[in-house]
Design a protein. Sequence first.
Length: 274
Amino acid sequence: MTTISFEFYPPKTDEQRTQLDRTADKLKAHGPEYVSCTFGAGGSTLSYTSETVRHLKQHHALDAAPHLSCVGGTRDEIGELLDQYKVIGCRRIVALRGDLPSGMGHPGDLRYAADLIAFIRDRHGDHFHIEVGAYPETHPQAQDALADLRHFKAKVDAGADAAITQYFYNADAYFHFVDAVRALGVGIPIVPGIMPISNFSQLRRFSEQCGAEIPRWITRKMQAYGDDAESIRDFGADVVAALCRRLLDGGAPSLHFYTLNLAKPTQSVLSRLA
Ligand code: FAD
């Protein structure tokens, strides 16, 4: 097996907190290199991310990395958060532009992820290992695929150490992306982001928003299973495990799992890879 990492979102209710604790306990057994915690757009979950990072570090002894986005934050606010993360012992940050909730909110002082990376490097030098987002199927708002590759390179030039991709179900998109950025002189690790399949209709809705393509053959098969939840879970885990195997065989340096705070879907994939 390879090195792995897990992504969680910050829980907001007691019930969600209990669920995250249960999930973290189970997934810890797989020895992740680190876990990361997402950051909600618009500032409303600012404190939930840092609270959750602190909890994952102190209660679960996990190396927890906060996601940080430009959206909604002033330079001072982002600077303060970074200082806090340094004080609690964080060495890794996932730096993103973020998305504005449609039609509302303040975009923030920093416009693109590259600006945030430059800001972090300026304020804290090499203290943080900076991960950035990458889009093998092209970011949905990109002017075009080539411009997106140039903007990705700008993040690396600004100081990114590694990248985690948006999820995808087509391994060729990943390999093509890696070849394309290597041709531009980018040498950092590009870690595939893996989305296990648990709730297919939710996944379809989410994929439309974030521009991830679900291949037709997967959709058709899922539709054929109807309400047969067990077959859906098994088929989903088989598909995602086969994707992971192909990515690793093709040279992917590590795998980052979008857990959605659930243990089972990720564990089903990992058990097939063992
Ligand atoms: P950027 O790299 O800044 O790119 C955004 C868009 O702008 C792209 O289309 C790019 O081509 C374009 N662009 C970049 N620079 C320029 C320029 N100079 N001129 C013109 N166009 C430019 N969102 C959250 O809100 N919270 C999270 O915790 C979170 N976690 C994520 C984790 C991962 C691994 C990934 C892949 C995404 C995550 N997201 C998260 C979603 C992310 O915020 C969105 O995809 C967002 O739309 C883009 O973020 P980015 O950092 O990739 O942006």
